[in-house]
Design a protein around this ligand. Sequence first.
Ligand code: PMP
Ligand code: GLN
Length: 379
Amino acid sequence: IKSKLPTTGTTIFTRMSALAAQYDALNLSQGYPDFDPPQALLEAMSRAIKEGNNQYAPMAGLPALREQLAGQLALHRNVNCNPDTEITIVPGATEGIYCSIMASVHSGDEVIVLDPCYDSYAPAIHMAGGRAIHVALQGDSFAPDWAAIEAALSPRSRMIVINSPHNPTGTTWSEADLQTLEKLAQQHNLLVCSDEVYEHLVYDGQQHHSVLQRPGLRERAFAHFSFGKTFSVTGWKTGYCVAPPALTAELRKVHQFVAFVAVTPVQQAIADFLTSDPGYPATLADTYQRRRDLFCHALEPSRFTLRPSQGTYFQLLDYSAISDLPDRQLSEEWTRSPGIASIPVSVFYQRAPRQGLLRFCFAKRDEVLLEAAEMLCKI
Ligand code: PMP
Ligand code: GLN
């Protein structure tokens, strides 16, 4: 068969988790919690199944959940949106992102992506017939390089993909960054695909800034969210996309033929859980900040340099004082011995990959984080 994605292999997350299993290593590579979601959510899920929510939901998602989400957006972000015409429940943010790109990128269109970036964006752009134009985030800060972004724009530019809080670096965008993006997107008539799946995982008293909060971005953005992150249920593969009615209508045209709907009992369970505990998402940051601090504190005696993690559940470790080896080789070597798996950051770049950084997921139980840190201190 003639491949449509000839240079794409199996994702790094699948590969590193498989290697971790093979060598019985601590798995801090693929991002997922190793602890259970809230008990009340598990109970809501079994109730939802037992009470008969087992057939197709409406294509856009259960109305009760969409209404809850509109309430959440008003509560946490002071954003108004119409649950019927602006919110679509999707089987994971990956599918939502894919559908938003498929729905709006035409053959020959260019889409700006900022490296290092999550691995699903470029293949989706390619499948839509578009061209991903990769622009690197800046040096050590990983802040957007506006001059380089502007220089990469052309009359064919159709969209820019952004991601804050950022996987894999753990950096977050400031209000000023969004303001600059707003001006640029308006000037160049760009659509914005905003990956905000880690919106509730922001630390040290900061606030998450959403594209939905700036009118000039709100009118041209698909904003993507994931219940996997917010409710510690990555395996439930459910999220949602918020976009203005005209963009939502196009997104749904694609979504109805990619997945059609998201899983019904998951939607009912999350709607019920949010009804009884609407403040839950706001409690997440404290629990994850505690995990981050536990991990980082335990790593103090190590030879690694810790990059600041302001959001997400990822911590970057700079190993350049320890080894000159490429990060892919080291992450595999350390998975085999001493037995700790991480994600090499270079795989998130298309060209001129940054070396010397490994990503560790701290969405893990305390004893796992402490054992991991102890191993890393001996390297
Ligand atoms: N975007 C980013 C930046 C992610 O880290 C993830 C992680 N899974 C996703 C999107 C996809 O989320 P989902 O599991 O809901 O598809
Ligand atoms: N988002 C998760 C991560 O960055 C993995 C998701 C996946 O395996 N596709 O580790």
